[in-house]
Design a protein around this ligand. Structure first.
Ligand code: MTE
Ligand code: MO
Length: 384
């Protein structure tokens, strides 16, 4: 069993598949903390978790003039400044279950919590590429940076992806070769000893157990770059889909969801008020500037309060424009509408480019169930 050496996981996680392990936290636990503890951070593995010995670990950096660079974990920690970034990671399949309800899609049936927010520390990819010989000559021909994991399928092919070179080398891109998550060494499930963190970019490009970095004129040829993690029209089916026709997902669209109350919850009328909480995030460093909440299915709206820190503590310093990598948690307490027997609670977020979420799923439905970001709706019953 190639999965026999997988790490232990917190029992509260809702398991999607055991082998490989895919699990997500209960929504009310997710929105309990601004920084998601690693134990509750969703886990998305395509393959068995590799066992990596930190002492013999080596990162290969290739594709640059001068023949490449080999770095030990110690090298990464001591030869480059340590940089810390708070960044939200979201799987492209987060909220796939909402798409599945409209029409069946292929993929893990994620709920609303294949997303988490952590404080990542490590060397900047930019600094490592510069040390490996990146410069104006390379910028003339190179366009992409590939990442390869140390996890391999039965044919020996590693998990892989790539991101645009401009994101990788930009000082404002904040791409990290991270060796810490929330101030501790990265847990095995999240990429021990080194993972790349690409803030603002889909989870799939944030390669765990990073073994190789390659600067290239081409995109990664990996299955997960070329034949998965792409968006299509609602009219495209499996008989006609042409993966070459669509770009690989990088920056994710605006997203929000209601974590409390849960769909189907029962509320006492004597409570008089209702508190609704959730998260909101947008890709590409676009800041969430507003979250609107409706208690009547979208007829009337109220603006939620946004939070960028733990409850009762000082918020994190506001990010520079275009570098809002972290989510916001939001909350609203509103009077219960008199006489309502049932409430349809809806949320939708707005980012700094005034991007908004679509109101329904059908116009964005796609065969892989990716990019599921329609208004999130939960229905609760009011008990007299
Ligand atoms: N990296 C490797 N090496 N292997 C993987 O299976 N899964 C990717 C990405 N990096 C994956 C990987 C996907 S699809 C996502 S959403 C994120 O890791 C999940 O990261 P997490 O498990 O730390 O939440
Ligand atoms: Mo993912």
């Amino acid at each position: 069993d190639p999965f026999s050496s997988d790490p232990e996981r917190h029992p509260v996680l809702r398991i999607n598949t055991r082998k490989p392990f895919n699990g997500e936290p209960p929504p009310e636990i997710l929105s309990d903390s601004y920084i998601t503890p690693a134990a509750f951070f969703f886990k998305r593995n395509h393959l068995p978790v590799p066992q990596v010995d930190p002492a013999s670990y080596r990162l290969q950096v290739e594709g640059l003039p001068g023949g490449g660079l080999t770095l030990s974990l110690e090298d990464l920690k001591t030869k480059f400044p340590k940089h810390t970034v708070t960044a939200t990671l979201q799987c492209a399949g987060n909220r796939r279950s909402d798409m599945n309800k409209v029409k069946a899609v292929k993929g893990l049936n994620w709920g609303i919590t294949a997303i988490g927010n952590a404080r990542w520390s490590g060397a900047r990819l930019r600094d490592v590429l510069l040390a490996a010989g990146f410069g104006p000559d390379v910028a003339r021909w190179a366009r992409h940076v590939h990442f390869e994991g140390l996890d391999k399928d039965v044919t020996g092919t590693p998990y892989g992806s790539s991101i645009p070179l401009s994101k990788a080398v930009s000082e404002e891109g904040d791409v990290l070769l991270a060796y810490e998550m929330n101030g501790e060494e990265i847990p095995r499930d999240h990429g021990f000893p080194v993972r790349v963190v690409v803030p603002g970019v889909v989870g799939a490009r944030n390669v765990k157990w990073l073994g190789r970095v390659v600067v290239s004129a081409e995109e990664s040829g990996s299955h997960w770059q070329q034949h998965d993690y792409k968006g299509f029209s609602p009219g495209t089916d499996w008989d006609h889909v042409d993966f070459k026709s669509a770009p690989a997902i990088q920056e994710l669209p605006i997203q929000s969801a209601i974590t409390v109350p849960a769909d189907g919850a029962v509320i006492d009328r004597s409570d008089e008020t209702l508190t609704v909480t959730g998260y909101a995030w947008s890709g590409g460093g676009r800041e969430v500037v507003r979250v609107d909440v409706s208690l009547d299915g979208g007829e009337t709206w109220q603006v939620a309060q946004l939070r960028s820190g733990e409850k009762g503590q000082a918020p994190e310093a506001p990010p520079p424009p275009g570098r809002a990598w972290a989510w916001k948690l939001w909350e609203i307490t509103a009077p219960l509408p008199p006489e309502a027997q049932e409430l349809e609670i809806v949320c939708k977020a707005v980012d700094s480019s005034y991007n908004v979420q679509p109101d329904t799923v059908p116009p964005i439905w796609n065969l892989r169930g990716l990019l599921s970001n329609a208004w999130h709706r939960v229905t609760v019953r009011v008990r007299d």
